[in-house]
Design a protein around this ligand. Structure first.
Ligand code: F0G
Length: 457
C-alpha cells in the first residue's frame, strides 16, 4: 500500500528525499525514498519567495500576532500548542480528522541553581515532559496520527524505547485506531510500558534492542497495512518542530545563544533544527541558535560519527545506558542531525552514566525533575562550558524531553544508592545527593529528631 503525499500536502508542500532530492509523490509504507532508500522530509517550495512571504500574504509579524490571539480561543486545535502554529505545518483542511490531546504549550523554566552549577549566567529549560503523555513525542504524534486517521488506516505501529509507544497508543485510542507496539524486552521503564497497555496497544516485547525492533517493524509495515509512526515518518518531525517555534514565542522571539537537546534516534534534534532554519528563512528571527546534541557515552553513535568521520558515515554502536529512552545504537535520522549541527554551528558531546545521574538529581533539586535521558542536556552543558564552547555570559535552553515519573525506578535506585555498586567512585560522588526514604516508628519524637538531624546536614 502507498499513500499519496499530495493528499496531505496539497500544493503547499512536498515530500523530498534528503539525499537525492527525489520528489516522493507516493511514499511507501516505510517512508523511504523510492529512488535511493534514504529518509524523506517535508519541504515547502512556496515559502522561498524573495520577500520571505508566504503565498497567502501572511508575514512573520502577522503570524506572530495571530498565534498569540489563538491562545485565547476555545477551539481544540487552537488550544493545541502544535496546531496553533498550523501555518508552518502541512495543510490539514479536514479538521474533523485531527486527533489532539491539547499537546504542546509546555512551560519554560528558569534554572538558577543548575545555571550556577554549570557555570552560565542564564539557563532555561523547556519541559517537553509536560505534554499529555509525559514526553515530547506528543507534538509529533498529533500530526502523524491525524494523517493516519485521515488516510483511514485501521492500524498504526511503532518500535520504541517507551515514550513513542505511550504517545502513539494514546493518540491511536483517541482516533479509534488499533496500535501495535514493538519494544525491547526488559529495557523499557514500567511507567511507559503501563501507559501503552492502558491505552490499549497490542504490545510486543521483542527479544532484541530498539534497533532490532525498528528493523522488524520496517518489514511488518511492508507486509501488513500498518501505518508507521516512528520518527522516520516525516509528519512526526513536522509536529515536533513546534516545540522550537513555541520556545521562540515564549522568548518574545529573542534568540538564545544555545539550545541543547538529547540525542537518541535523532528525530527531535532534526525537528528543532528544521523549525529554526524555516523560521529564519521566513523572517521570524534574524540569527540561529547553536543546536548541540548530547548522547550517553554508551549510546554515542552520533558523537562517534561526527568525531571520527566528520559526519559522513554512520558509526553504529551496541547501545547500553540506564537512560533507556536513548538506548539506541543506529539512529535513523543521523544525516538530518548532522545537517542541523552544520547549519547551526552546534556540536556533539557524550556524558557518562554518573554525569547523567548527577545532572538528573540537580534538575530534580530545582523542583523541576525529568527522566534520565533529558538530564544528559545539563550534563553535556557542563562539559561544553568547560571546553569553552558555551561562554558563561551566553543564554542557554535545555530541552527536557520526558517527565520525572516516566522512570521512577531509576530515581528510587538513585536515592537508595543502588544505581552504582557500593564503594565505587560513582557511588561516593553521588552519596551527598541521595535522599533515601526514612522508615520510622509512628512517633512525634522520632519525626522531630529526624527534622533536627536534617537541619544540621
Ligand atoms: N528523550 C526522551 C525522553 C526520549 O524518549 C527520546 C527518544 C529521546 C530523548 C531522544 O529523542 O530519538 O528524537 O533523538 N525516545 C524514542 C522512543 C526513541 O521510542 O520513545 P530522538
Amino acid at each position: 500500500m502507498v499513500q499519496s503525499s499530495s493528499a496531505v500536502c496539497g500544493k503547499t508542500c512536498e515530500l523530498r528525499c534528503i539525499a537525492c532530492d527525489h520528489a516522493a509523490d507516493a511514499p511507501g509504507q516505510n517512508f523511504r525514498c523510492p529512488a535511493c532508500g534514504d529518509l524523506l522530509e517535508i519541504v515547502y517550495p512556496g515559502w522561498k519567495t524573495d520577500q520571505g512571504l508566504r503565498p497567502s500574504g501572511l508575514n512573520a509579524a502577522s503570524l506572530k500576532a495571530l498565534w498569540r490571539t489563538r491562545r485565547k480561543s476555545l477551539a481544540p486545535i487552537d488550544q493545541s500548542g502544535v496546531w496553533r502554529f498550523r501555518e508552518l505545518l502541512p495543510p490539514f483542511p479536514d479538521q474533523q480528522k485531527i486527533i489532539t490531546l491539547r499537546e504542546g504549550d509546555t512551560p519554560l523554566y528558569e534554572m538558577p541553581s543548575c545555571a550556577r552549577i554549570a557555570g552560565v549566567q542564564h539557563l532555561l529549560a523547556k519541559h517537553q515532559g509536560m505534554n499529555p503523555t509525559g514526553s515530547f513525542k506528543d507534538t509529533g504524534m498529533t500530526l502523524a496520527a491525524s494523517v493516519a486517521h485521515r488516510e483511514e488506516f485501521r492500524w498504526v505501529g511503532c518500535a520504541s524505547t517507551g515514550n513513542t509507544s505511550a504517545s502513539m497508543a494514546a493518540y491511536a485510542a483517541r482516533g479509534k485506531m488499533h496500535s501495535l507496539v514493538l519494544i525491547p524486552e526488559g529495557k523499557v521503564s514500567w511507567g511507559k510500558l503501563s501507559q501503552a497497555l492502558d491505552y490499549g496497544a497490542v504490545t510486543c516485547q521483542l527479544k532484541t534492542d530498539f534497533d532490532g525492533c525498528l528493523r522488524v517493524l520496517n518489514e511488518v509495515v511492508q507486509r501488513a497495512p500498518v501505518y508507521l509512526l516512528n520518527s522516520v515518518n516525516p509528519y512526526r518531525i513536522e509536529g515536533q518542530k513546534t516545540a522550537a517555534i513555541e520556545l521562540l514565542e515564549q522568548l518574545d522571539w529573542q534568540v538564545p545563544d544555545h539550545i541543547i537537546v538529547p540525542g537518541g534516534n535523532l528525530g527531535n534534534s532534526s525537528a528543532i533544527g528544521k523549525a529554526l532554519l524555516e523560521i529564519k528563512e521566513l523572517g521570524f528571527i534574524a540569527v540561529l541558535p547553536k543546536i548541540s546534541i548530547i548522547q550517553a557515552e554508551g549510546a554515542n553513535a552520533l558523537v562517534r560519527t561526527v568525531r571520527e568521520t566528520g559526519g559522513k558515515k554512520l558509526i553504529a554502536v551496541q547501545a547500553e545506558t540506564a537512560a533507556s529512552a536513548i538506548r539506541i545504537g543506529s539512529p535513523a535520522s543521523w544525516k538530518k542531525a548532522v545537517r542541523v549541527l552544520q547549519e547551526t554551528g552546534g556540536t556533539v558531546e557524550q556524558v557518562s552514566e554518573m554525569e547523567i545521574a548527577l545532572a538528573k538529581a540537580e534538575i530534580g533539586a530545582e523542583g523541576i525533575g525529568c527522566e534520565p535521558a533529558s538530564a544528559v542536556t545539563l550534563a553535556g552543558l557542563k562539559k561544553l562550558v568547560k571546553a569553552g564552547f558555551v561562554k558563561s555570559g551566553e543564554s542557554v535552553v535545555l530541552m527536557l524531553t520526558g517527565h520525572l515519573l516516566k522512570d521512577p525506578d531509576y530515581t528510587l535506585k538513585f536515592h537508595r544508592g543502588e544505581l552504582f555498586a557500593a564503594g565505587t567512585n560513582e557511588a561516593r560522588t553521588l552519596a551527598g545527593k541521595q535522599r533515601a526514604p526514612i522508615v520510622l516508628e509512628a512517633s512525634v519524637d522520632a519525626v522531630i529528631a529526624t527534622l533536627k538531624h536534617a537541619e544540621q546536614t
